[in-house]
Design a protein around this ligand. Structure first.
Ligand SMILES: C=CC1=C(C)c2cc3[nH]c(cc4nc(cc5[nH]c(cc1n2)c(C)c5CCC(=O)O)C(CCC(=O)O)=C4C)c(C)c3C=C
Ligand SMILES: [Fe+2]
Ligand SMILES: [Fe+2]
Length: 327
């Protein structure tokens, strides 16, 4: 069958993000963290070692600690990550003639159920866009694993196009630079920009994960696009979990050193997140701000994720169009 023989109702688009608890309460958080931290793409220790630690030590304590953080950022409509993802879907749906859905790697709506529902309504070709500009096996490959699990369960498989990463996409570059320029128009420039990416264990990079390189490329491109010196665009990694060494420098530790180096006014963004979430609204905007101001920083401004801004939706629409043209 050629693309010309198919109508737009034969196609669909699925945006995928990480997932978030159903409610900011301990039982829902425990269920979410259990699924998330049992994924071998995220934590690769053998089950006999990891599962007792996870079930007995991590889930009971972390769920209680994280519940407070979730409660502090939760919106009346729900988890910010979910609400923003739904807005992104609605905005992208305005630009495309085929159904646009979203799925979450952990929690609901599950990737397999979303793909199943689409194929049951007759969809034959599906573009899957994981909402991670930088590829990591911990995030993007976790999506493709679940797509593979779904395909394995199918007699009559849909055709799939899977978009691996988009940090180099010209429209993504433009959207990121425009968000910083817009912030500058309202607040002026700071001494430096800190790009705080979600971290991953260093060992994963040593095993071949290109995530760290993608993060540094994102930073170098942003400096170039803003016409700013590279050394004023600083990279760090946040949200580490556990005892292993993660990518460095760690955001919280770096922030303590910047004021003494003369960087007293800081603007911070987190280009690993396509939507604001717990890690940006709480860890980066509240916790890390306190650390920096306590260490002698004078001003600390968080620049929001691209969320459902029009330039961001343009990126998604362009990627989908490019994938469709390949058919
Ligand atoms: C333990 C290992 C983890 C790895 C590896 C990891 C990579 C990773 N995560 C994101 C994006 C998000 N992570 C979010 C929350 C979150 N992340 C981890 C752990 C790892 N992440 C945990 C345990 C949690 C839950 C909160 C907590 O307990 O601290 C979120 C936010 C979800 C929300 O509900 O708002 C996102 C998004 C990326 C991009 C990434 C690697 C590149
Ligand atoms: Fe994470
Ligand atoms: Fe965190």
């Amino acid at each position: 069958m050629t693309a010309q023989e198919l109508s737009s109702s034969d196609y669909a688009v699925v945006l995928v993000n990480l997932g978030t608890p159903a409610a900011p309460e301990v039982p829902a958080i425990k269920a979410y963290l259990n699924q998330f931290l049992s994924d071998k793409r995220v934590v690769d220790y053998p089950d006999w070692l990891w599962q007792p630690i996870l079930q007995l030590a991590i889930l009971p304590f972390r769920s209680r600690k994280v519940a407070k953080a979730y409660q502090s950022i939760w919106w009346p409509e729900g988890s910010p990550l979910r609400v923003i993802t739904e807005r992104q879907v609605n905005a992208l749906q305005q630009r495309l003639p085929m159904p646009v859905r979203y799925a979450m790697t952990y929690g609901e709506p599950a990737i397999g159920n979303t793909l199943k529902a689409l194929t049951e309504q007759g969809v034959k070709r599906i573009v899957i866009l994981p909402l991670y500009p930088q590829y990591s096996a911990t995030t993007t490959a976790a999506v493709s694993d679940q797509v593979g699990d779904f395909l394995r369960s199918c007699r009559n498989q849909p055709e799939i196009r899977f978009h691996k990463h988009y940090h180099q996409h010209p429209l993504y570059r433009q959207a990121l630079a425009a968000s910083v320029r817009q912030h500058w128009q309202q607040h002026g420039q700071a001494d430096a920009l800190l790009l705080s990416f979600h971290g991953i264990p260093k060992r994963f990079v040593e095993l071949g994960d290109p995530y760290e390189a993608h993060c540094f490329e994102t930073a170098a491109q942003l400096a170039e696009d803003l016409g700013w010196p590279q050394d004023k665009v600083i990279v760090s990694f946040q949200s580490r979990v556990g005892k292993e060494q993660w990518l460095q420098p760690y955001t919280d530790q770096l922030l303590q050193t910047l004021p003494a180096k003369g960087i007293k006014n800081l603007q911070v963004l987190s280009p690993a997140f396509a939507a604001d979430c717990l890690e940006t609204l709480e860890e980066l905007s509240v916790e890390n701000k306190e650390i920096y101001l306590h260490a002698g920083g004078e001003s600390y401004q968080y620049i929001a994720a691209l969320n459902d801004s029009s330039p961001h939706i343009d990126v998604f629409a362009a990627i989908v169009q490019q994938q469709l043209q390949g058919w």
